[in-house]
Design a binder for this molecule. Sequence first.
Ligand code: A3P
Length: 345
Amino acid sequence: MLFKQQALLRQKLFVLGSLAIGSLLYLVARVGSLDRLQPLCPIDGRFGPRSQDEIPLRALQFKRGLLHEFRKGNATKEQIRLHNLVQQLPKAIIIGVRKGGTRALLEMLNLHPAVVKASQEIHFFDNDENYAKGIEWYRKKMPFSYPHQITIEKSPAYFITEEVPERIYKMNSSIKLLIIVREPTTRAISDYTQVLEGKERKNKTYYKFEKLAIDPNTCEVNTKYKAVRTSIYTKHLERWLKYFPVEQFHIVDGDRLITEPLPELQLVEKFLNLPPRISQYNLYFNATRGFYCLRFNIVFNKCLAGSKGRIHPEVDTSVITKLRKFFHPFNQKFYQITGRTFNWP
Ligand code: A3P
């Protein structure tokens, strides 16, 4: 009898204890996110006339709460009406470069309360079939947001696809364009590593990087190899500059985004005319991953998927030297055009 009573008491204590811990965690999470939100100021009217006072605070704070559900397309008609939610065309696009850190950039910008990301790569402007579906189709692919927020999408194929600059220009000639770059040879090897992994998954064999990057007949850099061509940043940028002035682009240092993300993100906030809201609190280094991960609040953290940050195969140093020498003049031109200089060899 006594034993039964003790067990009952233990059970009750356990339930009460769990409830207390749960409530405490909830309160701490709320305070954490409230703290982040307070100074959100109107964004000089650029991204919509709605004042901050009208925004339901709770929904805005919880990037993993109510708004998160809306983004996943779960909003009911009632919720859409109640919160005045809209699906907006992007005000900024991360147009590339593939393997530059485009996913990390998008996810990190999404930490900002005034930014809403389109989670998937939409491939509207580079895919003829999608483009033929029209701009309304594209808009409907966007997440729900409050009118004062800005939507950002990323599709790295945009940077290298011939037709894309004109198509984006036709949609919005004043759109802001983000390009994240890495040291070109490293980026090319990263590009190769991704393709290699895909082949391996299908149990297929693949060439070594050296064989693809260097033309065996001339022993020169193989400019027909896509991973090499993509890294000639200036060639692609020049096509874009036929439509957009250079001021409409912001270049992000993808190598620095890996080692020291905050200053890079602060430059992007400035470029997008957003109040500075991403802080060191939102980014923490995860030694196991070897990368910075994201902290939305004390409860919700996330790292990028394992497909980001692959181990690169070892590449012959003479090939690396040859590639670096090849990219050098293109890099110089890229610095000259963009006004952003890197310490690339
Ligand atoms: P590697 O896999 O070569 O290391 P993209 O998203 O454009 O495909 O770019 C992928 C690259 O993002 C990765 O290349 C990785 O180095 C880089 N990256 C930058 N910040 C990262 C982060 N916080 N977590 C994981 N990868 C990150």
